[in-house]
Design a binder for this molecule. Sequence first.
Ligand code: C2E
Ligand code: MG
Ligand code: MG
Ligand code: MG
Length: 283
Amino acid sequence: LGKQRRTSRAVRYDASLETVAERDATLAAQIRHGLRAGEFRVLYQPIVTLPAGRLVAVEALVRWQRADGATVSPAQFIPIAERTGQIIDLGAWIFETACAQAAVWRRRHGAAAPLVSVNVSARQLLDPTLPAQVAEVLHRHELPADAITVEITETAVFGGGAALDTLHALREIGVVLALDDFGTGHSSLSLLRTCPVDVLKVDKSFVDGVAGSAQQEAVAAALISIADTLGLRTVAEGVETARQAERLHELGYRYAQGFHFARPQPATDIDALLQQRAGAIAS
Ligand code: C2E
Ligand code: MG
Ligand code: MG
Ligand code: MG
């Protein structure tokens, strides 16, 4: 009986492994096809000042609308694109698209044009040709490097090594570097000593507690105190209520991003925001 159990367990284990690998392979093929077929697009979510709600930057967020009508969340396909290496081509397309859009906004809105923030995954940071690619795209679109922010996560640079080398090379080019989802990784504080970043994006999980318990607010307050001490700018992520925005401002936060202000939206809607409301959203 014991032997039978072991056997059946082993079979089930193999089957599930095969399924994951198969699903990855299928999705990788679909991503490759989707890139050629124009199924991806980039939305832009405003990053605003506190308390005025003036639009100063946008974060580029990729969306995948498949031909069969299904929309797939980046939280779902980015990890698979990372595992399968597809993120290299997809990431290059996203960066190109976001920079082309940034250049359009600069021509159209001059000094009022939003800075553009682009997420770069761990796998992309391990590509030693990334800095040269970034420099080429900026040059081709005649963009000053500091018009673009590269968002990386703590886990991507946790190991140091090649990813950290890439980060230093990006900094040399002059792009702004932001640590995304700050506080959720394993090495947040020690990383600040070795990692050349300019901006901390304080994760939504800390923002959620603001205007809630005093204890939770204390963490958000401590994070901004550390950032100030180190001369880093901070962006509060995932701000969903006016109360949170108000408290964050009182705690010393100067920039915020979240559904309370605006959702990720097509570039043309950002143009409309810039024109109609002179950049001021809600506060
Ligand atoms: P992220 O970089 O931390 O992006 C912020 C995410 O939070 C976005 O989800 C955004 O829509 C969402 N968000 C913003 N404000 C609020 C809010 O007030 N409430 C809530 N509940 N959510 C809010 P999204 O677009 O689904 O992206 C999820 C994650 O997928 C991103 O997290 C990022 O890690 C990854 N991702 C998205 N686009 C790209 C991309 O172009 N390249 C790479 N490498 N990763 C991307
Ligand atoms: Mg991000
Ligand atoms: Mg984030
Ligand atoms: Mg986040």
